[in-house]
Design a protein around this ligand. Structure first.
Ligand code: PRP
Length: 190
């Protein structure tokens, strides 16, 4: 049986660990502290972008100590799983009556900021719905890949332009369950 440590999960598929479980814990606490401070006495709706957000958001909201409601949006890009689509190719599915939250501050949570097309699209989508207090939070950020000027207030960690998996991030739907973030070996996706 494989051990539940950083070498046990699909170890031959990745090159190196980029964000360890200990580092993740520190990142979560730092961002949650900022959110607890910034949204004190405000109505807060945390909106996760499926699927990638699910582990990060679960950890984050359990460290938020102010009243919070949660919902999800599924933002699907059409096309290959390894190439980000332009904003015009994004299909949105909502899981709550967002109209009921117009007087809330909305914090959109995602696993990774890449080109920024997804969040740019969602910012316009939510503004068009009437939300006027929107902020973004992503666990990872790949600044080299940016194609938009989206402002993300809370960022866990900036990383190089590598193919990363784990902690919610997938390649062909695999690896999301790894409790750390690793760079995938080229042999897996070439
Ligand atoms: C990923 C990720 C972000 C988006 C970021 O989602 O979860 O939502 O891409 O890319 P961008 O900044 O270039 O728009 P993906 O479409 O892979 O779906 P998933 O969350 O279901 O894995």
């Amino acid at each position: 049986m494989e051990s539940n440590n950083n070498s046990g999960y699909f170890a031959s598929d990745f090159k190196k660990i980029l964000v360890s479980e200990d580092e993740i814990e520190g990142i979560i606490c730092r961002i949650a502290d900022e959110i607890n401070r910034d949204y004190k006495d405000k109505k807060l709706l945390v909106c996760g972008i499926l699927k990638g957000c699910f582990i990060f958001m679960s950890d984050l909201i359990r460290k938020i100590e102010i009243p919070v409601e949660i919902t999800f949006i599924k933002a699907s890009s059409y096309g290959s799983s390894s190439v980000s689509a332009g904003a015009e190719n994004i299909k949105v599915t909502v899981f709550s009556e967002l109209e009921n939250y117009k007087n809330y501050n909305i914090l959109v949570v995602d696993d990774i900021l890449d080109t920024g097309n997804t969040l740019c699209f969602l910012e316009k989508y939510l503004k068009d719905m009437g939300f006027d207090n929107i902020n973004f939070c992503t666990f990872l950020d790949k600044p080299e890949r940016r194609e938009t000027d989206i402002y993300v207030k809370y960022i866990g960690k900036q990383i190089e332009n590598e193919f990363v998996v784990g902690y919610g991030l997938d390649f062909n739907e695999k690896y999301r369950n790894m409790p750390f973030v690793a760079a995938l070996d080229e042999k897996v996706y070439d």
